[in-house]
Design a protein around this ligand. Structure first.
Ligand SMILES: NC(=O)c1ccc[n+]([C@@H]2O[C@H](COP(=O)([O-])OP(=O)(O)OC[C@H]3O[C@@H](n4cnc5c(N)ncnc54)[C@H](OP(=O)(O)O)[C@@H]3O)[C@@H](O)[C@H]2O)c1
Length: 230
């Protein structure tokens, strides 16, 4: 367990769902204290105990409401469907001041999930920034990682593009990506999240056309030396 893991509490809002539970599992396994957030504390407690059972009680995973989880955590990860994005953010806004929000949302609009449909703010992450204001660092990650991978032990064949409102916040989130066992890349300012979020629809389209379940992306052509020096 790293020193970083011992110090940080991560809240996963909507952590009862597919993507959130998978990320919570990976961070708990890496030694982080994880809070599962939900609209229902009973549902959150159940999800937390399922993860604890998988990890044979070796980790700290606690279930509570979304606002309580956001209040108690250092870093807050949002994993709810786009239709619940604004409402969930507004319900925890006051607890996020001075913290980092990791937005995993791809702004998918049914029924055309395989078609890119960005919100007027430019992207879900930019919308989050508008809702939360300057006192919250908004970082995006994991939008292209299928939940199908996360509860398993095998290597995940998908890289994570991290965009965000400051370099410092992106670097912190890159450490959280590393803790999940995936490879993260600093993909620049929050405005670049439009591309990363849009890729989710492209991958859904590929899955639909080619009969796959977890198409992913990978960055190639960057020498190790360059990665180590960043
Ligand atoms: N699934 C994937 O493979 C995947 C991959 C990459 C990115 N993502 C992104 O991750 C986010 C979550 O995806 P998911 O597949 O995990 O979603 P999900 O399982 O359908 O939902 C996640 C959680 O969101 C909460 N929720 C659902 N509807 C809500 C509503 N109307 N209002 C408030 N909360 C609501 C629920 O938690 P409570 O009922 O406990 O409150 C639910 O357990 C999405 O934005 C998606 O684009 C998903």
């Amino acid at each position: 367990m790293t020193k970083e893991a011992l110090l940080l509490t991560i809240a996963v809002l909507g952590g009862t769902g597919k993507e959130g539970k998978g990320l919570a599992y990976r961070w708990a396994k890496a030694g982080y204290r994880v809070l599962i957030g939900s609209r229902s504390s009973e549902k959150a407690v159940k999800a937390a105990s399922e993860i604890m059972e998988l990890l044979e009680g070796s980790s700290s995973v606690v279930g509570t409401t979304n606002p309580e989880a956001a209040e108690q955590a250092d870093i807050i990860v949002l994993t709810v469907p786009y239709s619940a994005h604004r409402e969930t953010l507004e319900s925890v806004k006051s607890a996020l001041k001075g913290k980092i929000l990791v937005d995993v949302t791809a702004p998918l609009v049914p029924p055309k999930l395989s078609k890119v449909q960005m919100p007027p703010a430019g992207s879900a992450a930019q919308e989050a920034k508008e809702i939360l204001g300057e006192e919250v660092q908004v970082v995006t990650a994991f939008q292209n990682v299928s939940h199908e991978y996360l509860m398993g032990e095998e290597d995940v064949e998908c890289d994570v593009l991290v965009t965000g409102t400051s370099k410092k916040a992106r670097v912190e989130v890159l450490m959280l990506v590393e803790a999940t066992g995936l490879t993260g890349w600093d993909a620049g300012p929050i405005e670049n999240s439009v591309v990363v979020e849009g890729l989710a629809s492209v991958l859904i389209n590929i899955n639909r056309l080619y009969g796959s379940k977890h198409a992913g992306i990978r960055i190639t052509g960057v020498p190790n030396q360059a990665i180590e020096s960043t």
